[in-house]
Design a binder for this molecule. Sequence first.
Ligand SMILES: Nc1nc2c(ncn2[C@@H]2O[C@H](COP(=O)(O)OP(=O)(O)OP(=O)(O)O)[C@@H](O)[C@H]2O)c(=O)[nH]1
Ligand SMILES: [Mg+2]
Length: 231
Amino acid sequence: MRKPDGKIVLLGDMNVGKTSLLQRYMERRFPDTVSTVGGAFYLKQWRSYNISIWDTAGREQFHGLGSMYCRGAAAVILTYDVNHAQSLLELENRFLGLTDTASADCLFAVVGNKVDLSEEAPGEGGQGGGRDPGQAGGGSGGSKQVQLEDAMAFYKKILKYKMLDEKDVPAAEQMCFETSAKTGKNVDLLFETVFDMVVPVILRQRAQAPPQTVDIASAPPPARTRSGCCS
Ligand SMILES: Nc1nc2c(ncn2[C@@H]2O[C@H](COP(=O)(O)OP(=O)(O)OP(=O)(O)O)[C@@H](O)[C@H]2O)c(=O)[nH]1
Ligand SMILES: [Mg+2]
C-alpha cells in the first residue's frame, strides 16, 4: 500500500456524527453506527494524492489518543452538533489543544452536523439524532442551539490560539459548514473543499521533508576516475 501523502483528522465530542459523516461521504449511506473505539481511517484518492482521513473517538476515555492521531495532520475537521451547544464548547475546551501536534500550516474546518433535526417540522421525529441521549454529546432535540455565526466566531478563536493571521488562512465563511450525515446535505462540499485546500499543504510538506528514498534511475552515474588497478 502506498504511504498516504497527507492526513485529515476528524475530532469532536461523542455522538456529534463524525463516523456518520465519513460513512456518508465514503460509502454514500447512513448506516447505524456504534461509538468509535480508538480510531479508524479511510484512504481517499484525490487527484494524484492519497489522503488518509482519520475518524477518532469522542469518548472521554480515548481523549489521550487524540493528539497522537493529529500528529502531522494537514487538516483537522472539528465537528459539533448544531442542536447541542455544549458540543461546540467542548471543541474549544477539550479538542483544540489536541491539534498542537498537527502540521504547522494545518487547515481547520468547523462543522455543525445534524442540521436535518432542526429543519424538520415539529413532531416529525426530532428524537432520532443520537444513540444515547443520556450521555455527553447526546440529547439532540429538534431545536437548533448553535448558529453558523457561532461557528465562525469559534474559527476566529482557533486562529488566535494558533497565532495565525486571518489574511494568511482561508476565511471563516469558507471553512465553517453545516451538514447532515443523514440527508447528505453539504457533506460532499465539506470533504471536497478540504481535499482541495489540503493539496498545497501536502506539496509544502513534501518540499520540506528530507528525501526518503534515492531514485536510482534518475541519479547521475558515478564519476569515473582514472585511479585503480584496471584503469
Ligand atoms: N438526525 C441525524 N442523526 C445523526 C446525524 N449524524 C449522526 N447521527 C446519529 O448520531 C449518532 C452518533 O453518530 P456517530 O457518527 O456514531 O457519532 P460519533 O461522533 O462518531 O461518535 P463517537 O464515535 O462516540 O465519537 C448515531 O445514532 C447517528 O445515527 C445527522 O446528520 N442527523
Ligand atoms: Mg464515531
